[in-house]
Each structure stands twice: as C-alpha cells, then as structure tokens.
Ligand binder design. Structure first.
Ligand code: DAH
Length: 341
C-alpha cells in the first residue's frame, strides 16, 4: 500500500526540473500537495482500503513523502533565487571601488577671456579696474555725462526704465562719474568693464544686452596722442603688432573732440573683404577728450586737469579677435561654438 505514494515524488521532481519561475513551482505545489492534490487523493484512497492497525504506518509514510516533496519544492525555489542573484551580479553590479569616468572640465567663456585680457593689458599700464551698478539713475547715465533731458543724442542710448529716474544703464560711461567722485584727487586711471542694456532687437551685430569696457584717464596735460597711443598698445597687445588703428571725428556729448575708433580687419589685413564690408576697418567703439562739464560733474576742476576716455564693446572686440560674424553666438550657449575658444 505504501507503494501507492512512491511514484508521486519522482513525478514532482520531473516537473520541477522543467520549472523556471516561481509561478510554475506554485502550480506544482498545488497539483501535488494541495487539498485535492495528488498526494491527498492517494492518502484518502489508501486509508479507505487499509485496516485500522495498518493506518498508522501509512500515515507515517504519507507525512514522510509530504516533507520530502516540500523539501524538493523549497530547494528548487532557492535555486531559482540564487540564479537570479547571480544574473544581477553579472549584469548590474556596481563596483564602487572602480574609478569613475573622468569629469569633462569646462573653461572660461570667450567673453570673459577677452575681458580679462583687456584688464591684464591695461593693468600693466597702471589702470585700475572699477565696477559700477547695472541699475543706474538717470543722472549718472545721462545728465552727468552732459546728455541733458530732451537732447536728441539720448535716443542713441534708449534703455529700459524702471521709473523716470531709474534705468538699466545703456553704457559703462556713468562709472566715469562714480570713479571721479570716489577717487576725488587725480591722477585717475581706471577701466570699467560690465554689462549694458539697450532697446535694440537682437540681430547679427547688436543685442539688447552686451558688455563694454570703458577707460578713463584724468591727469595734467593729456593729449589725443596719449589716448591713441594707449589704445594702439591695447589693440596690438590683444591682436598682434600688425594691426593698425585710426580715429575718425565723431560726436559724443561727454567728449570734445570725439572720435570713432577703428582697427584694421584681421581677415584681409586692411585690404577690404566680405567680413569688413570691403572697408578694411572695423569699428570697436568711441573715444575722446573728456568734456570739461563732465569733469565738473565728477567734482574735478577742468582748469587744473584734463582727461581722455573710451568705451569699447567687449563682444565687438571678441568678434574682431576670433573672426566671429554674429554677436548672438556668444549668448546661445552652444558648446560647439564655445569649445573653440
Ligand atoms: N558710451 C559710448 C557708447 O556707449 C561710448 C563712448 C564713447 C565712451 C566715447 C566714451 C567715450 O568714454 O569717450 O556709445
């Protein structure tokens, strides 16, 4: 009668050998060990046929078989679990002792590079870097620079207003006044780099935000020659000794006389080409001898002192240095562009 139970375990083992997930193991458990499973059916069958004195031994055999089969099921489950872990170890293991991939290092933005180069060159001539606020008063941005209310030249510096008295500065020139007020006693030799704002739509040559570097020298008996020599030295230090410079008469309310300042085109060397619109020269900004009224507004006596000043666009200078033909590229954060510098 015990033989009645014997074949079951072999059958279970055969089926387990085919099983490769938890669900199939569970199905086997129900099929053989469930309340109406094969083992219980045989048990009931056997008990019904056996005499009372033989039942105990049969019951014992039943329990033994059940334990063995349970062991087989648990063993298979364990095996699956181990295999799963081994799989994970192979495909997803993270070795925390392994050195990570090297971090890509960024570098200083091309406009910052150019600004620093300008600072370095002028510092070597004794100029100091002076900074001023980007939110300015109407007085510093216009009035103190001799651009009085209603003056038509104000249109050239149309900016963004917070109120009639407060605006985003349209140029770095207001820092000339702030520097004179702070330093008080000439000689004054400063440069002031920084961001400026104007109500211009973005295009290849202008943006509503850009940077300038302003220079101011106040001393005794300064001449246009001193100014031109200083700027020539700066340009040749930045772009090479083969560059030429020129000044052209112009008009600014804060200088007298006033000039536009040009540098020979680096692409054609002054011969004229597409990128300088066949002029051979590129304009980088304005300059001139500081107007006596501006010195007075800065608290300096124009009968004792005089000065020169200039204001150049940093983007323009960077375009000139690297032959970039669209100012917007500097602010688009496209790494393909930025990584070239
Ligand atoms: N502030 C002028 C501008 O933004 C540039 C300029 C011209 C600055 C002549 C100066 C200067 O200091 O002397 O267009």
């Amino acid at each position: 009668m015990i033989g009645l139970l014997a074949g079951i375990r072999t059958q279970v083992q055969k089926e387990l050998a085919q099983a490769n997930d938890v669900a199939s193991i569970e199905a086997i458990r129900i099929k053989y060990l469930g309340r109406n499973g094969a083992l219980n059916q045989r048990f009931r069958q056997g008990m019904a046929q056996l005499k009372v004195e033989d039942r105990k031994q049969f019951g014992q055999a039943f329990n033994d078989q059940k334990k063995l089969i349970e062991g087989d099921l648990a063993g298979k489950e364990d095996e699956l679990h181990q295999a799963e872990l081994a799989d994970l170890a192979e495909t997803e293991a993270i070795d925390i002792t392994f050195p990570g991939p090297p971090l890509a290092r960024g570098h200083v933005h091309v406009l910052t590079q150019v600004r620093r180069q300008i600072e370095t060159v002028l510092e070597s001539l004794g100029y100091q870097v002076e900074l001023g606020p980007e939110v300015e008063t109407e007085w510093y941005n216009f009035e103190a620079l001799n651009i009085t209310a209603g003056h038509p030249a104000r249109e050239n510096w149309d900016s963004f207003y917070f109120s009639p008295e407060l605006l985003l500065r349209a140029h770095t020139s207001p820092v000339q006044i702030r520097a004179m007020q702070r330093i008080k006693e000439p000689p004054i030799y400063i440069i002031t780099p920084g961001r400026c704002y104007r109500r211009d739509a973005p295009e290849a040559t202008r943006l509503p935000y850009f940077s300038q570097v302003e220079g101011l020298a106040v001393d005794k008996g300064l001449t246009v020659g001193d100014m031109k020599g200083t700027l020539l030295y700066m340009i040749q230090s930045l772009y090479g000794r083969d560059r030429k410079v020129r000044v052209r008469p112009s008009y600014f309310p804060f200088t007298e006389p006033s000039f536009e300042f040009d540098v020979t085109c680096g692409i054609c060397g002054g011969m004229g080409c597409k990128s300088c619109r066949h002029k051979g020269w590129l304009e980088v900004g304005g300059c001139g001898m500081v107007h006596p009224q501006v010195l007075r507004n800065g608290g300096i006596d124009p009968t004792q002192w005089n000065g020169y000043a200039w204001g150049f666009g940093i983007e323009r200078m960077a375009m000139l240095k690297h032959d970039v033909d669209d100012i917007r590229l500097f602010y688009e954060s496209d790494l393909r562009f930025l990584e070239q510098f």
